[in-house]
Design a protein around this ligand. Structure first.
Ligand code: HEC
Ligand code: HEC
Ligand code: HEC
Ligand code: HEC
Ligand code: HEC
Ligand code: HEC
Ligand code: HEC
Ligand code: HEC
Length: 248
């Protein structure tokens, strides 16, 4: 009877039998049943987390003992970052200070908020942690309780590099940015809070280019008729005004 079953089918039966035996052995003999609960009964994980106490202490209680840190932080750039955002839930610590909260000294922690990410709000201070002073912890240079903003770049070109580069190769190369723009110092610290002025009228360019203007090295136009009554920069890009093709 057994001999009538083809050889291949018998071999297949042996393979299947071995697999079934292995699964049973792993489930009941090798792995403890608690691990199965975790893997296959997600609900018990949820129940375990829910059962834990909410252990935050709140944003103000830390000040009663850590006067210095609170005083520094409340005036600095991290004033809106609560102590426990960095130090973790600390209820057990205020009940007994011996239970020390963790202090996040690793670079990757600060990067949670400060690593460059295009979805962050414009103007939020961001760095690329791979190239920004690597190898040292962030806290060697920045106090976590009172991070000091980066020093404002002094040159307009630090932020407007493209305009500065274009202008440097143009007929206006020697005309400084401040001849045409009045930039309050605050613009260099927080650029969007105060924007510099821009020329508003044709008369502005005429100061140098009108026939009667004193500036000898500036090519002259007839202010009354040239370019109709359009603004000069409707036709000439002020950072790269093109030279006239008409031979003078
Ligand atoms: C009842 C007073 C008290 C309160 C309230 C308190 N702390 Fe402390 N904290 C201490 C003392 C005391 C130490 C020093 C413990 C030691 O060195 O053994 C300490 C140490 C620390 C440390 C240092 C840990 C380290 O690794 O050196 C951190 C961080 C800290 N506290 C954060 C907090 C935060 C955050 C809060 C608010 C949620 C808070 N503390 C509230 C008394 C307090
Ligand atoms: C931006 C994250 C951040 C915030 C917010 C923050 N801390 Fe810290 N804190 C740190 C880091 C990082 C250290 C470790 C500094 C080190 O080792 O140089 C630290 C250290 C400490 C220490 C140890 C002593 C010291 O000054 O180095 C205490 C105490 C402390 N923090 C309390 C507080 C309290 C209280 C607040 C809220 C008022 C707070 N921290 C807010 C990141 C933070
Ligand atoms: C060796 C010292 C040093 C270390 C380490 C360092 N920084 Fe800086 N950081 C600076 C200096 C100097 C500036 C200001 C000049 C600049 O923008 O490069 C700055 C600027 C910044 C700015 C402001 C950028 C802006 O556009 O306003 C942020 C945010 C910052 N750092 C976060 C970090 C973080 C996060 C780490 C750790 C991953 C870190 N820094 C490590 C020295 C350091
Ligand atoms: C929970 C988010 C968060 C974490 C974590 C965090 N920061 Fe900040 N950081 C901020 C906010 C918010 C500001 C203020 C931004 C503003 O005023 O536009 C700030 C400002 C700064 C500035 C000032 C930059 C400037 O030019 O204005 C520096 C430097 C800085 N953080 C360094 C650090 C360092 C170092 C750590 C790690 C110890 C850290 N931050 C962790 C949210 C965070
Ligand atoms: C720290 C970086 C930074 C520096 C330094 C800086 N700017 Fe700007 N500037 C900006 C940013 C960012 C904007 C864009 C603001 C916006 O789009 O709302 C801007 C906008 C402008 C504008 C356009 C305003 C408008 O209404 O369209 C002018 C003009 C200008 N800057 C001139 C200057 C001049 C001149 C200097 C040097 C005295 C200078 N900036 C230095 C960052 C900077
Ligand atoms: C000859 C006068 C002149 C000089 C010099 C000049 N600008 Fe302008 N700039 C203008 C005018 C006019 C506009 C307005 C253009 C418009 O509205 O289309 C302008 C616009 C801008 C803008 C707004 C964005 C744009 O491209 O239209 C920025 C930013 C700016 N200038 C920065 C600078 C910086 C930085 C320098 C120095 C490197 C500089 N400018 C030099 C006349 C000048
Ligand atoms: C409707 C467009 C238009 C307007 C508006 C305009 N221009 Fe022109 N501008 C031109 C053209 C076209 C030329 C001649 C280009 C050529 O000859 O190749 C020119 C030439 C010039 C020249 C060179 C003259 C020479 O002889 O070399 C200057 C300087 C000049 N413009 C300045 C201005 C000033 C200043 C204003 C504003 C008061 C202005 N332009 C407004 C179109 C305009
Ligand atoms: C402070 C004086 C000054 C102001 C203001 C000024 N320019 Fe000029 N501009 C010059 C000088 C000088 C040259 C010629 C430089 C050279 O030939 O090397 C020039 C060249 C030009 C040229 C090229 C003309 C040619 O054929 O070579 C144009 C176009 C021009 N300016 C347009 C403008 C416009 C538009 C404005 C207003 C946004 C303006 N300029 C504001 C001084 C000025």
């Amino acid at each position: 009877m057994l001999k009538k079953i083809p050889e291949q089918i018998r071999r297949l039966a042996v393979v299947i039998g071995t697999i079934v035996a292995a699964v049973i052995a792993i489930r009941f003999v090798i792995l403890p049943s608690s691990m199965f609960d975790m893997q296959f009964h997600h609900r018990s994980t949820v129940e375990r987390e829910v059962a834990k106490n909410i252990a935050f202490a709140g944003a103000t209680v830390c000040a009663t003992c850590h006067v210095d840190q609170m005083a520094k932080k409340s005036k600095g750039y991290h004033k809106n970052v609560s102590c426990e955002t960095c130090h973790g839930a600390a209820r057990t610590h205020i009940e007994n200070p011996v239970n020390k909260p963790t202090a996040p000294r690793g670079r990757e922690f600060c990067a949670f908020c400060h690593a460059y990410d295009p979805s962050r709000p414009t103007g939020f201070p961001q760095i690329n942690p791979v190239v920004h002073n690597p190898l040292k912890p962030c806290t060697t240079c920045h106090s976590p309780h009172d991070p000091v903003p980066s020093e404002a770049p002094r040159e307009c070109s630090a932020c407007h590099a493209q305009i500065a580069n274009i202008k440097s190769a143009s007929p206006h190369a020697l005309i400084g940015c401040s001849t045409c723009h009045t930039a309050p110092p605050q613009h260099k610290i927080s650029p969007r809070s105060v924007v510099p002025s821009k020329p508003e009228t044709r008369e502005f360019c005429a100061k140098c280019h009108a026939k009667e203007a004193d500036r000898k090295d500036a090519p002259k136009i007839d202010f009354a008729s040239h370019g109709d009554r359009f603004l000069c920069w409707d036709c000439h890009y002020p950072h790269l005004p093109e030279r006239s093709a008409i031979k003078r």
